[in-house]
Design a protein around this ligand. Sequence first.
Ligand SMILES: [Cu+2]
Length: 223
Amino acid sequence: MTTTHSARLAGLVAVSAALTLGMAAPALASDSGDSNAKAPNHRSHHVEFDEQNNSGAGGTAVLSLDGRKLTVKIYATGLVPGQPHAQHIHGSTTGKHFHCPDMTADKNKDGVLTTTEGLPAYGDINISLTTKGDTTKASALAVDRMPVADKDGSLSYSRTITVSQAVADHIKNLHIVQHGIDPNGNGTYDFSKGKSELDPKLPQEATAPASCGLIKGATPGMK
Ligand SMILES: [Cu+2]
């Protein structure tokens, strides 16, 4: 995964932007308790983001799945204003469960949980939540197609994409990660925390995770 991230980042060197990792996912037709669904295969899931790296970021997401059509709506706060935040759906559709790491995953104890340190917990990137175009892992670091936080650090995102049947079937095993932090509070991504382990030309601040949210079970009545 590091190799992939590195490769992607290498192509973005010219782009002075940040990365956000996020993800969202809907539920299965077999989920119980969604009596209000219009169709047996229509389920919605709720995500609550928890900060990573003491970023102060948070927010919510609603993931609606209608067959293989996944609508992802994210409302995040506390992100770095004016900066792009790469976001992905992480995890596995083959039964292995991943989760959101805490600071104990900061193996070198430098005070920053890097994407690489978090990946054993996050799992691989399944979907890149871009604003347009490709949504595969190949666009993981396409920061020019990632949402940008407003002047208040808030970010709204909505997109409907067609996912694989595997994703539709295992949406509850997935989660969303958003990236891009500003620990020194200067309003931009800089090298105060060193270089990104994914690409030394990019600041660590641009690639480190800002928040993570697990896909909760089907929420009755939500659309
Ligand atoms: Cu990610």
